[in-house]
Design a protein around this ligand. Structure first.
Ligand SMILES: *Cc1c(COP(=O)(O)O)cnc(C)c1O
Length: 364
């Protein structure tokens, strides 16, 4: 016949997600860790690959990795003095955060259901809602990009919201949510609230302990940012077992391959080895913020993550001038609510110096 009939109507007009990745010498656009995994992690992975059973299907639920993640959380709870204990039933591993975000739309979204989205934020939430036929209600952030807490609480109180996403620290604005607000939100609704903590290692502390008192809380984490594994595709959710069970119903049974599980185990066993690198990024973040604020006409927002949002006159021209110098940053200047904004990922000290030198030259 030579012809194919049309795809489902829901795909009409959908534009595929574009991370705007371009080849460049200095990559400061995707919030990756500027360094790969520490040597001790690499050694464990290489040793595990020797004689690896490539012919066997992986453990569908990655139970060994779930156990290690639960154990790591329990250590963090203990260190923070909170009386909460997790087991593997509180953890589900996925093909990075992206898969788990899609599962969130499959399990709690869908036709006739509604997501509350606090914008501007990560564009993947709305994209998944569109694909699954989920209605999206937007609550805009305040002028300084902090969450309009009263507006969110008032909106969930109407009772029609099935799912909420709160991103902390938020991408691309960098602000973190307060525990008090999360407590209020979780008490005000029975919607499932996804707290996306993709960047939590760069902030002051996780709110995962709230899961113990709130069945409607789900926390998302990833190996892609602080843990240097964007190329591997690993992430997980933390929640009460009743919520995890619903995610298991919609997930792809073998989405987390055996090599990724091996990498994940090595990373979690040696999480401590990542701490100096995370500390370095936090110190660099403070230095960059100070330097940015000394530039004329540049507004730089506080950040609890490994990136900084800046507002800069003629941002798209500035983006081009940086790219001509081999530096790739993320241009949000054409996104709603982010006019003239660029997002700068914190890189190595040398990369950050190069970025700042280029910006000084460009804004002059
Ligand atoms: C990067 C990111 C994720 C997850 O990314 P994966 O690489 O798919 O794990 C989730 N949420 C936010 C806000 C992010 O920026």
């Amino acid at each position: 016949m030579g012809k194919v009939r049309k795809s489902q109507d829901a795909l009409d007009g959908i534009i595929p997600y574009d991370p705007k990745y371009l080849p460049a010498r200095v990559l400061l656009s995707a919030n990756e860790n500027p360094n790969s995994v520490p040597a001790v992690v690499e050694e464990e992975i290489l040793a595990g690959l020797k004689g690896f059973a490539f012919n066997r299907y992986p453990d569908p639920l990655a139970n060994e990795l779930r156990d290690l993640i639960a154990e790591r959380e329990n250590k963090a709870f203990e260190a923070a003095g909170v009386d909460v204990r997790f087991s593997r039933e509180n953890v589900l591993v996925g093909n990075a955060g992206d898969e788990l975000l899609f599962d969130f739309s499959l399990a709690w979204g869908g036709p006739g259901r509604t997501l509350l989205n606090v914008v501007p934020t990560f564009s993947v939430y709305a994209a998944n809602s569109e694909l699954t036929g989920t209605r999206v209600v937007e609550v805009p952030r305040c002028a300084d990009y902090s969450i309009d807490e009263e507006a969110v609480i008032a909106r969930v109180a109407q009772g029609d919201i099935d799912q909420v996403v709160i991103t902390s620290p938020n991408n691309p604005t960098g602000d973190a949510v307060s525990e008090g607000f999360m407590q209020r939100l979780l008490a005000a609704t029975d919607a499932l609230v996804m707290l996306d903590e993709a960047y939590i290692e760069f902030a002051e502390g996780s709110l995962a302990h709230l899961i113990a008192e709130h069945e409607n809380l789900l926390v998302l984490r990833t190996f892609s940012k602080a843990y240097s594994c964007a190329g591997v595709r690993l992430g997980y959710i933390l929640a009460q077992p009743s919520v995890i069970t619903e995610f298991i119903k919609v997930r792809q049974p073998y989405s987390v391959d055996a090599i990724s599980q091996l990498v994940g185990r090595a990373v979690v066993r040696h999480s401590d080895a990542f701490v100096p690198g995370i500390q370095a990024i936090k110190s660099e973040r403070a230095l960059i913020l100070e330097a940015l604020r000394a530039l004329p006409g540049v507004e730089a927002y506080d950040s609890c993550a490994n990136f900084i949002l800046v507002r800069i006159p003629g941002a798209d021209k500035v983006w081009e001038a940086l790219y001509e110098r081999g530096i790739l940053v993320r241009d949000f200047s054409h996104s709603k609510g982010l006019e003239n904004c660029l997002r700068l990922t914190v890189g190595t000290a040398a990369e950050n110096q190069e970025l700042l030198a280029a910006l000084r030259e460009i804004v002059k």
